[in-house]
Write a protein that binds this ligand. Structure first.
Ligand SMILES: O=P(O)(O)O[C@H]1O[C@H](CO)[C@@H](O)[C@H]1O
Ligand SMILES: O=c1cc[nH]c(=O)[nH]1
Length: 255
């Protein structure tokens, strides 16, 4: 029996088959679930388990599921894997990423692929296997970005497991630790960094489903400057709209 035939209710997110839609958006922060739900109709909240929140609603005539994984690749892939086992074939992670020029704070960054600097993706495929976003999904997202008039960049992300050991120095002494991140960025021309994308893209390819990541650049990788909550609050609804419209288009194509 395949995973999909076997799974009627997901172990950790708790969703049953009839509680999920045809495409999924993965967010980190569970507080985004209520806020994105306001951009859909006929909304159904799946009972929360272990702090994992999921909502399904209608957008553009399609049922779309949004699940919050919290932070980091291990739990993000569990959520993707469970939604895949419930029958979902299209995934878009949305959220925040560290910015690298030419991306400026507040710009959108779209992953065409990702450097596999995470550990979780190794459990899906050996390191030589590339973490590549789905081409058709990214075409749809690109079209939505172009018509939005927003400033956006597409390219390769870097995904790291150690937030305070590899990505963000809390004190001056620790700055040397994140030297590798800056080196990777410069040497490899990364456009953004996060903690989930390479694992999600690898897992999705191995599971035979489509995935990508669209983020708002919220932290400058060189200066560690962050965008304020007020600016993020004005950008987040645009990210929700772009993501929901993209996934409604993908879900429509699955019919
Ligand atoms: O996209 P959001 O949920 O904002 O998450 C980002 O912020 C968290 C910490 O950096 C990581 O999970 C990262 O990917
Ligand atoms: O600094 C940051 C900001 C967002 N996401 C990350 O992974 N790191």
């Amino acid at each position: 029996m395949t995973e999909k035939e076997q799974t009627k209710q997901a172990w950790y997110i708790g969703a049953k088959r009839d509680e999920v839609g045809k495409a999924a958006i993965l967010v980190g922060d569970p507080a985004r679930i209520e806020r994105i739900a306001a951009h859909m109709t006929d909304v159904h909240f799946v009972p929360e388990q272990r702090g994992l929140k999921t909502v399904t609603g209608t957008r553009g005539g399609q049922r779309i599921t949004v699940s919050a994984f919290g932070m980091g690749a291990p739990i993000a892939t569990i959520v993707l894997h469970e939604l895949h086992a419930l029958g979902i074939r299209n995934f878009l992670r949305i959220g925040t990423a560290m910015a690298v020029p030419p991306a400026k704070l507040g710009d959108f960054v779209l992953a065409d692929g990702a450097l596999r600097t995470d550990g979780t993706s190794n459990s899906y495929a050996p390191l030589g296997f590339p973490a590549i976003a789905d081409f058709d999904l990214n075409l749809v997202v690109r079209e939505k970005l172009k018509s939005s008039g927003k400033t956006w960049h597409a390219g390769i992300f870097g995904t790291y497991d150690g937030f305070y050991t590899e990505m963000f120095a809390l004190s001056g002494e620790r700055r040397s630790i994140i030297g590798k991140l800056k080196d990777d960025i410069q040497r490899l021309g990364l456009i953004g960094t996060d903690m989930e994308t390479s694992a999600l893209l690898t897992a999705a390819r191995i599971l035979g489903v489509r995935a990508s990541t669209l983020c708002i650049a919220t932290v400058d990788a060189n200066t560690q400057e962050k965008i304020g909550d007020d600016l993020m609050a004005t950008l987040e609804p645009d990210m929700f709209e772009l993501a929901l419209d993209s996934m409604a288009a993908m879900a429509a194509g699955e019919q």
